[in-house]
Design a binder for this molecule. Structure first.
Ligand code: SF4
Length: 220
């Protein structure tokens, strides 16, 4: 059974929303949307390659859900139970940017105050062969971009991006552009995966770009 909507339990355990108790829903949860497994990068540490999950919680999609299927999943829940909706999953969400923005529109119609975030590698303009950033304005509240490392060369080594050795330059340009349209622009790195010294360098990059650095805890 493919998972379209899920939440994350302590320890980084992904749980299909179908398996979340009513009590937990009522206590308020972050909901993640798993719309695609396609990605222009091939990170060695990608959870797509290293995490094992049982069938009920699998983020592997046999087929990508259609826009209607995603909207139908949302209809099963009370949006008031959600703290945030995050387009994430085992793949690059901006591969589905048109559909994701339609989902965002439907959510905002019903609950304009519900924050919506996209977690991305930041290569969405290249992937879509157009400037997608202005289209996100007023629909997406936070864009979180994986910076991974302060080094452009290391970024390419880690991600093995289809867009080549300049990929980190592209994601920095993407972050700068997002600042013009999106209220919160974050770049993220993972604690323990890079050194404290590298984190300091990432902080400097983010300060220069005028965006927030988020150091995510390593979940093993
Ligand atoms: S960018 Fe994200 S989804 Fe894509 S390969 Fe890297 S870790 Fe996996």
């Amino acid at each position: 059974m493919s998972t379209i909507l899920y939440t994350v339990h302590p320890g980084g355990v992904y749980v299909n929303l179908k398996n979340v108790s009513r009590e937990e829903l009522k206590s308020g949860i972050k909901v993640y949307v798993n719309a695609t497994n396609r990605c222009p990068c091939h990170c060695s540490f990608c959870e797509r390659q290293i995490k094992k999950m049982d069938d009920t919680n699998s983020l592997w999609l046999k087929e990508e859900p259609t826009l209607e299927e995603i909207l139908d999943e949302f209809k099963k829940y009370d949006l008031n139970d959600f703290l945030e909706v995050v387009f994430c999953g085992y793949g690059e969400p901006t591969n589905r940017i048109d559909d994701l923005l339609k989902v965002a529109d439907e959510i905002k119609k019903k609950r304009p105050d519900l924050p919506i975030r996209i977690n991305t590698i930041g290569l969405g303009n290249l992937l879509n062969n157009r400037d997608i950033v202005p289209e996100m304005a007023g629909r997406i509240d936070t864009v979180s971009i994986s910076l991974n490392t302060p080094s452009k060369e290391e970024f390419y080594k880690i991600t093995r991006s289809d867009f080549g050795p300049d990929s980190q330059d592209y994601i920095k340009a993407f972050a700068l552009e997002c600042k013009q349209y999106i209220p919160h622009v974050v770049m993220s790195v993972v604690d323990h995966v890079i050194s404290d010294e590298e984190i300091e360098k990432c902080q400097k990059i983010c300060d220069d770009l005028g965006v927030t650095l988020r150091v995510r805890p390593y979940e093993g």
